[in-house]
Design a protein around this ligand. Structure first.
Ligand code: NAD
Length: 502
């Protein structure tokens, strides 16, 4: 029980060890499948944050001076350790987030891609060299780490999103402070242990658990050089504004509303399978989830029929139960907030075709909501405009490709989108026209592989650089240009003119 002495406590990880001050504020961590509290997570004070940043700052000079091949070696060992522990990691994710074990395994696999990419740091950090830029003058460029960098991460990918950040950050020679979501914090400590086992020195990777108090201190700490954030749009915007004002480098990825266009020539069964998978996978708690299908012309009726027919077949249950395809939502409050959209949708004139509250799972102990389907959604309705972040799929009916495109381009978010068609020309036009950062052509969740970079447009990303991949390397380093010559001192003379190429 929460107040009993044996109740599990989830602490910080500072300078290579667990830090669990008795005086800390705490918050309950739930098991979403049972609705029961399972641990207390510490909420860092400003002082705790200062300790973590101090540990990272102390470790930085030696870590940045460590030969690149040694840093890469540690990254290779980490890759092996995470691979060996992938089922253990997945089970922690399932117990705190609620996603199915298979989905959690997929999260670990996609995160691991980023560790594998970072193993190539010696190649990725190569600079450039120009011989004879001027007579006897050479120019070379190097990339150097920033110092202490921070990752602030959301609840929906407690392993993958930290890996998006720390893999490249550490490989580039930075030291790192992770502030995970307080709703599913345990896996951050297992990652810290594996990072230590892989041979990264103490202080190179630290974890502070916490809420706004910890985040605000990180945004204001003078020794923090860069902030990577992933979470909802209002928080992303405010973090970007505060941290840039404080002179920090920032990439802040925000929320999303992802539309999937289905043209009349599309294979309707394939489109329905994709819509169902992308809308209800992970109970819709993915920033790349499809939340609105935009059905063009004659596609609408058969598509609605096909989607509706598939919904009763989805097995809803605890993420670790055999056969479960969709687990619970993260908390009871979030589940109730999502469910309330079904009422506002009705009030606003949309047609709630399937109400997830009528599913038997809704009555269970955990934070379950059945798959929900709303027909006739359009701009101006809250169920169309807001990011719902749950298993609620809207269908907007439009008459033409142009109307579908306008609906997407007028939307304030621009994270992901998809088009389903058999017409390559229209798909290519869509790729050219659409104002969204990541586009799928007959692919509903186009999350880029780790050797490209991930990022949306508009209110889905604040900052210039996308996350992970080549842009991640750019984010975690700064460029230094060196111009050199080795002249015969006897040729030296005073010249007050601006240096030109000679
Ligand atoms: P959130 O914004 O509530 O929390 C994200 C992080 O910010 C957490 O670590 C949290 O502790 C911290 N935080 C929350 N409120 C804060 C505040 N007022 N001040 C300072 N820090 C605060 O997001 P969430 O609910 O954990 O995650 C879901 C959201 O994340 C969705 O909007 C989803 O679209 C988005 N997301 C985006 C991406 C992307 O790549 N664009 C990926 C995953 C999730």
């Amino acid at each position: 029980m929460p107040n009993s002495p044996g109740f599990r406590s989830i602490g910080h990880w500072i300078n290579g060890q667990i830090f669990d001050p008795a005086s800390s504020r705490r918050q309950l961590v739930w098991n979403p499948a049972t609705g029961a509290p399972q641990a207390n997570v510490l909420l860092a004070s400003e002082h705790d944050v200062d300790d973590a940043v101090a540990a990272a700052a102390k470790a930085f000079p030696a870590w940045r001076a460590t030969p690149l091949s040694k840093r890469a070696e540690s990254m290779f060992r980490l890759r092996e350790l995470i691979d060996k522990n992938r089922h253990h990691i997945a089970s922690i994710l399932t117990s705190e987030h609620g996603k199915t074990l298979a989905d959690a395994g997929g999260e670990v696999a996609r995160g691991l891609e980023n560790i594998e990419f970072a193993c190539g740091a010696p190649q990725l950090l190569k600079g450039g060299y120009t011989e004879q830029a001027s007579t006897g003058v050479d120019v070379h460029q190097i990339r150097q780490p920033l110092g202490v960098v921070v990752g602030i991460t959301p609840f929906n990918f407690p392993t993958m999103v930290p890996m998006w950040m720390f893999a490249n950050a550490l490989a580039c020679g930075n030291t790192f402070v992770l502030k995970p979501s307080e709703r599913d914090p345990s896996v951050s400590l297992l990652l810290a242990e594996l990072i230590q086992q892989a041979g990264f020195p103490d202080g190179v990777f630290n974890v502070v658990q916490g809420d706004k108090v910890a985040v605000d201190r990180l945004l204001n700490h003078p020794d923090v050089k860069a902030i990577s954030f992933v979470g909802s749009t209002p928080v992303a915007r405010s973090i970007y504004e505060t941290a840039t004002r404080n002179g920090k480098r920032v990439q802040a990825l925000g929320g999303a509303k992802n539309h999937m266009v289905v043209l009349p020539d599309a294979d309707i069964d394939m489109a329905a399978d994709a819509a169902i998978s992308a809308a209800y996978g992970s109970a819709g708690e993915r920033c790349m989830a499809i939340s609105v299908v935009v059905a063009v012309g004659d596609a609408a009726e058969p598509l609605m029929t096909a989607i509706r027919a598939r919904i009763p077949n989805i097995k809803i249950g605890p993420g670790d139960a055999v056969g479960s395809e969709m687990g619970p939502l993260i908390t009871r409050e979030h589940r109730d907030r999502v469910a309330a959209y079904l009422d506002t949708a009705k009030q606003e004139g949309a047609d709630v075709v399937v109400d997830g509250r009528e599913d038997a799972a809704y009555l269970k102990e955990g934070f379950f909501l059945g798959c929900s389907l709303i027909d006739g959604v359009r701009p101006g309705m809250r169920c169309f405009d807001d990011e719902i972040f749950g298993p609620v799929l809207g269908v907007a009916r439009v008459n033409s490709y142009d109307e579908a495109l306008k609906l997407i381009n007028d939307n304030p978010y621009g994270n992901g989108t998809a088009i389903f068609t058999r017409d390559g020309g229209v798909a290519r036009q869509f790729q050219f026209d659409v104002q969204v950062g990541m586009v799928g052509i007959n692919v509903p969740i186009p999350v880029p592989v780790a050797y490209y970079s991930f990022g949306g447009w508009k209110a889905s990303l604040f900052g210039d650089l996308h996350m992970y991949g080549p842009e991640g390397i750019q984010f975690y380093t700064r460029s230094k240009l060196v111009t050199s010559r080795w002249p015969d001192p006897s040729t030296s003379r005073v010249d007050l003119g601006f240096p030109e190429v000679r």
